[in-house]
Design a protein around this ligand. Sequence first.
Ligand SMILES: O=P(O)(O)OC[C@H]1O[C@@H](O)[C@H](O)[C@@H](O)[C@@H]1O
Ligand SMILES: [Mg+2]
Length: 223
Amino acid sequence: MKSQFKKAFIFDLDGVIVDTAKFHFLAWKNLAESLEVSFSEEENEQLKGVSRINSLQKILEWGNKSISEDKFNSLMAQKNEEYLAFVDRMSPEDILPGVLETLTYLKENNYPIALGSASKNARHILTKVGLTSYFDHIVDGNEVSKAKPDPEVFLKGCELLGVEPEQAIVFEDSQAGIKAANTAHMLSVGIGDKAVLSEADFNFEGFTELTEDTLKTLTNFKK
Ligand SMILES: O=P(O)(O)OC[C@H]1O[C@@H](O)[C@H](O)[C@@H](O)[C@@H]1O
Ligand SMILES: [Mg+2]
């Protein structure tokens, strides 16, 4: 049965828990440049939180390129191979500052916790950094049909955690993810540049700013 008072936490992965956003950037940049499509931090911002397939579609649109289905599939595989070579070198040292402390506090205080990521590599990355056991449920790119900014990934997380969307607090580093949380009436917490994530209900540079008092403020906040 759902308790209407309980709060639950949903974490995005890339750029929130681990700094894999920089690996996605490097891999997409190499791919875009191989197609002679210019790719800067600005374009990259628009790919954060966006699925692999939609990201490649966007790059092709920006460069006004049309390619065969075979080429499309081989580029997706090539990007993922390059990305996974970076991931292979990851260890618990790659957990972003303050994340472990936040997860430990939430776990000790019995808050339900889910992962809500667009990545098909999410489980592999959580294993690499040793965080799998902190999550009651993991929803990743393999389990959703609609990519962020559609809220499907977070709604699935709520369903599995047994809470209503209004009870969920979402940590996100992408504009697409903040939009998804807002659309579903969840509390959106932007992690990163406030100017970029201006639509979030709360903003923090990183988890080191999230003290126990701040977490209590979030759990008591009514949107
Ligand atoms: O290619 P993957 O690992 O399945 O990830 C899909 C997307 O996952 C998101 O978490 C990232 O922010 C995106 O940059 C990425 O494209
Ligand atoms: Mg992210």
